[in-house]
Design a binder for this molecule. Structure first.
Ligand code: THU
Length: 135
């Protein structure tokens, strides 16, 4: 698999891998870390999955990062999103996260997935969710 193309990709990977360690996932034991780059500020926002005994109340890593970014900056455009887990091949955002991300991504926004070693699988947002629901 590919490695990083830029320094910012490496930074996003390191941030996502680090925040993954805070995952609260006592039910699945599946830890996920996400890091997004805000186009507006150039800042990185991270998130991890937070599970709940009422399973459906679980919040994924990607949505945690989005909520953090919007809370700090208001409406943003995501320049790049990086998602790290120990899955091989690396795990993509779930359908609910993709729908949430669709508000803040363009169809050509890079979504990078990797395992803990940083073997990267690259997608565009549009490849993962070609037809988001738009009200
Ligand atoms: N999970 C994420 O954090 N992101 C995804 O897009 C897929 C699933 C989490 C939710 C749950 O805590 C665990 O992975 C197993 O589903």
């Amino acid at each position: 698999m590919e490695k990083f193309k830029t320094d910012i990709e490496r930074k996003l990977f390191l941030a996502a891998r680090e925040v993954r360690l805070n995952s609260y996932s006592p039910y699945s034991n599946f830890k996920v870390g996400a890091a997004l780059l805000s186009h507006k500020s150039g800042k990185i926002y991270t998130g991890t999955n937070v599970e709940n005994s009422s399973y459906g109340a679980t919040i994924c890593a990607e949505r945690s990062a989005v909520v953090k970014a919007i809370s700090e900056e208001g409406n943003i455009e995501i320049e790049t999103l990086f998602v790290v887990s120990d899955a091989n091949p690396p795990s993509p955002p779930c359908a609910m996260c993709l729908q949430v991300l669709s508000q803040f991504c363009k169809s050509d926004t890079p979504i990078l997935l990797s395992n803990l070693e940083g073997d990267v699988k690259r997608f565009t947002f549009g490849e993962l969710l070609p037809h988001p629901f738009v009200l």
